[in-house]
Design a binder for this molecule. Structure first.
Ligand code: E4P
Length: 216
């Protein structure tokens, strides 16, 4: 499973990029608003601190025509831009239209297996089921991931599944074990998933033993 960062913060993206584990970036209107920046400018900055990986920006609008117009504007920034489109009937029309123009899309705000299937059939390059928001609403994301795995296996779908709305590292492992192609992960969770107390204790012990050896 590939690791994406779910962030519009350039410092966070640079830090994870420098570790060699970053396969993509997702942003959304909330993350852009948190940064208080212009979306086009920020997507350009993210492109400039990464190489060769997809960078997702979200198209705004309710009607397909609005989504396509905004999507095209963002996609014109660079080949690496992927357009996030909300999972609605109008969104599906926009996905189909953008695919015909060679623009990659990511169907977002997905909560059911039938939404996953429809977005994949419309031609989305990626679909993003929101695990954390399902859990926030006392709905099982595990059963959704299992259903998707079966559907993808049975029907040979090629759309990549992005486990999104990740709240903690155990969800990253759960998504990977259930065949998700990608997880998009907030910066604090990405850092947390690298840690284990036994790693730190092991380093400390090796340092103490090394120091006790002196200059033999
Ligand atoms: C996915 O691409 C979204 O940006 C994101 O994962 C939403 O997560 P949230 O539910 O924490 O806002």
């Amino acid at each position: 499973m590939k690791l994406f960062i779910d962030s519009a913060n350039v410092r966070e993206i640079k830090e994870i990029w420098s570790m060699g584990i970053l396969a993509g970036v997702t942003t959304n209107p909330t993350l852009i608003a948190k940064e208080g920046v212009n979306i086009e400018k920020r997507l350009q900055e993210i492109l400039s601190v990464t190489e060769g990986i997809p960078v997702n920006g979200e198209a705004m609008g309710r009607e397909a025509a609005e989504l396509v117009a905004h999507g095209k504007k963002l996609a014109a920034i660079d080949q690496r831009i992927v357009i996030k489109v909300p999972m609605t009937a109008e969104g599906l029309k926009a996905i189909r239209e953008m695919k015909a123009e060679g623009i990659r899309t990511n169907a977002t705000l997905i909560f059911t297996a039938t939404q996953c299937l429809a977005a994949a059939r419309a031609g989305a390059s990626y679909i993003s089921p929101f695990l954390g928001r399902l859990e926030d609403n006392s709905r099982s994301y595990i059963s959704l991931l299992e259903e998707c795995r079966q559907i993808w296996q049975s029907h040979g779908l090629t759309t990549e599944i992005i486990a999104a709305s990740i709240r903690r590292r155990s969800q990253v492992a759960e998504a990977a074990a259930r065949g998700c192609h990608i997880a998009t992960i907030p910066y604090p969770v990405l850092l947390n998933m690298l840690l284990d107390p036994l790693t730190e204790a092991g380093i400390k012990r090796f340092e103490e033993d090394w120091a006790a050896l002196g200059s033999v």
